[in-house]
Design a protein around this ligand. Structure first.
Ligand code: COA
Length: 361
C-alpha cells in the first residue's frame, strides 16, 4: 500500500484549521489531495509562516459533464483565527484562492457552506443540483438483499476507481487519488463481489459532514441498492440514512421512486466565475452557431461578455453567465427561457457537473 507524508511547512495552517473546524479528526487525513505530498491541492494563507491568521484549501479539478470538460477549482476549510476576525482576512484569502485557481485554468470556483451569507456577499451563487434520497426504516425493507458483501480493502481500489470512472458526471481523478480518498477516516466502504470481481461499491460517512450519508457509489445498480440496504441496517434505523446521486442517474431515481423514496432536489454547491474570458469562450462553444459570445478585455466588469443572436445583443453579467452555464437550481427552464428570448440553441445547456462525496474539500 502507498504511504504518503504531509507536505512541508503546512503545520501552522493545519493547526488553525483543526482547532476551528475539526475536533475528532485532522484535515490532513480527511483531505489527502490537499495536504499529502504527491497530490496537487494547495493551502492559501495570510499572516506569517509561524503565525497563520487566515487560511483555506484549494484543489484544481476537471468536471466531466457528459461530453464537456469544465475546469473548476474547489475551495474548502476557509478559516480565520478567532483573534483576527472581521478585518477582511478571509475575504482576502478567498480573493487570493480564486486568483490562484484562475491561474491554474479554472473557469469557476466552487465551495460548500453551512451558512452561505458570507459567500453570497463575495459573489458566490447557488449552482447545479443533486438528487437526495431518504432511506427510512420502511424503505429499507424494499431494498434488495444481496450476499457476498464485505468491507473494501486496498486491493479493491482499482476496481472501485473503474466503476467511478463510468459515471457521466464526475470529477477527473487518478487511481492514486481515488485510493488515497478511500482511506479517509470515518468512512465505511462496502463492496459486492462475485468471485474475483467487484460488482459495485458504496461509501458511507466521511469526516463530520457526511455522517449517515451514502455519498459515493458505482457499479451494478442492483448491487448498489443492496449495499445501501446494508449501510442503512448498520445504523440506528430510527434515524434515516441519506443517499446522494447526480440527477442524470435516472435509473437509480426510478427504482427508488418505485420503492417509495422519490428524489428531493438539492443544490450542488456555491460557485463564482473566476475567469470571465474562459466562461465566455465556453458559452460560445456550447451555443454553437446560433449565437456569438464575445469577451472584451477592456470593458468594465458588466460590459465584458456580449452575446449576439437573432433575438438581440446584450451584455451578460456573472450571475447570468452562471445561470446559463449551470442554471441556479439545475432546472432547464431558466436556461430555456433565455434561449427562447434570444433565439439560441441551448440543447447543450445547462451543464450538469457533479461532485461526489469523496471529492469535497
Ligand atoms: C467565516 C470566517 C472564515 C470569516 O473570517 P473573517 O476573516 O472574519 O472574514 P472577513 O473579515 O473577511 O469578513 C467577515 C466580516 O467582517 C467584516 N469586515 C471585513 N473587513 C472588515 C474591517 N476591515 N473592519 C471591520 N469589519 C470588517 C465584513 O463585513 C464581514 O461581514 P459580512 O460577511 O457581513 O460582509 C471566520 O469567521 C471563521 O473562521 N469562522 C469559523 C469557521 C467557518 O465557519 N468557516 C467556513 C467554512 S466553509
Amino acid at each position: 500500500m502507498m504511504t504518503t507524508t504531509m507536505k512541508e511547512g503546512l503545520e501552522p495552517a493545519v493547526e488553525l484549521m483543526n482547532n476551528v473546524l475539526r475536533q475528532a479528526t485532522t484535515v490532513v487525513d480527511e483531505f489527502p489531495l490537499v495536504f499529502r505530498s504527491g497530490f496537487s491541492g494547495q493551502v492559501v494563507s495570510l499572516g506569517t509562516s509561524e503565525n497563520v491568521q487566515s487560511v483555506c484549501a484549494i484543489l484544481m479539478r476537471e468536471a466531466i459533464c457528459n461530453d464537456t470538460t469544465l475546469p473548476m477549482g474547489l475551495i474548502g476549510s476557509v478559516t480565520t483565527d478567532s483573534d483576527h476576525r472581521r478585518s477582511g482576512l478571509a475575504t482576502n484569502v478567498l480573493i487570493a484562492a480564486e486568483a490562484r485557481l484562475a491561474e491554474q485554468g479554472a473557469i469557476i470556483s466552487m465551495l460548500w457552506a453551512d451558512d452561505p451569507r458570507f459567500y453570497f456577499a463575495r459573489g458566490y451563487r447557488p449552482v447545479g443540483s443533486e438528487n437526495d434520497f431518504i432511506i427510512d426504516a420502511d424503505m429499507i425493507e424494499s431494498l434488495p438483499i444481496i450476499e457476498n458483501i464485505r468491507l473494501a480493502n486496498a486491493d479493491d481500489h482499482e476496481a472501485i476507481h473503474g466503476h467511478y470512472c463510468r459515471h457521466a458526471s464526475r470529477l477527473n481523478r487518478t487511481v492514486e487519488e481515488t485510493s488515497a480518498l478511500l482511506d479517509c477516516p470515518g468512512m465505511t466502504t462496502l463492496v459486492h463481489e462475485d468471485g474475483d470481481h467487484v460488482l459495485a461499491y458504496a461509501c458511507m460517512g466521511r469526516g463530520e459532514d457526511l455522517d449517515g450519508t451514502v455519498h459515493e457509489w458505482g457499479g451494478d445498480l442492483n448491487s448498489v441498492l443492496g449495499l445501501v440496504r446494508l449501510h442503512a441496517e448498520s445504523r440506528d434505523t430510527t434515524v434515516p440514512t441519506f443517499l446522494i446521486a447526480p440527477r442524470n442517474e435516472t435509473e437509480l431515481a426510478q427504482r427508488l421512486t418505485l420503492m417509495g423514496s422519490p428524489p428531493v432536489t438539492g443544490l450542488l454547491g456555491l460557485a463564482k466565475i473566476v475567469n470571465r474570458e474562459a466562461a465566455a469562450n465556453l458559452l460560445d462553444e456550447l451555443v454553437g452557431d446560433t449565437a456569438k459570445v464575445t469577451f472584451f478585455p477592456d470593458g468594465s466588469e458588466f460590459e465584458q461578455v456580449q452575446v449576439e443572436a437573432a433575438g438581440g445583443t446584450e451584455f451578460l453579467n456573472d450571475d447570468t453567465l452562471l445561470v446559463l452555464l449551470f442554471s441556479g437550481k439545475g432546472e432547464r427552464a431558466e436556461t430555456e427561457a433565455f434561449g427562447d428570448h434570444f433565439g439560441i440553441n441551448v440543447d447543450r445547456l445547462p451543464l450538469e457537473p457533479f461532485v461526489w462525496g469523496l471529492d469535497s474539500i
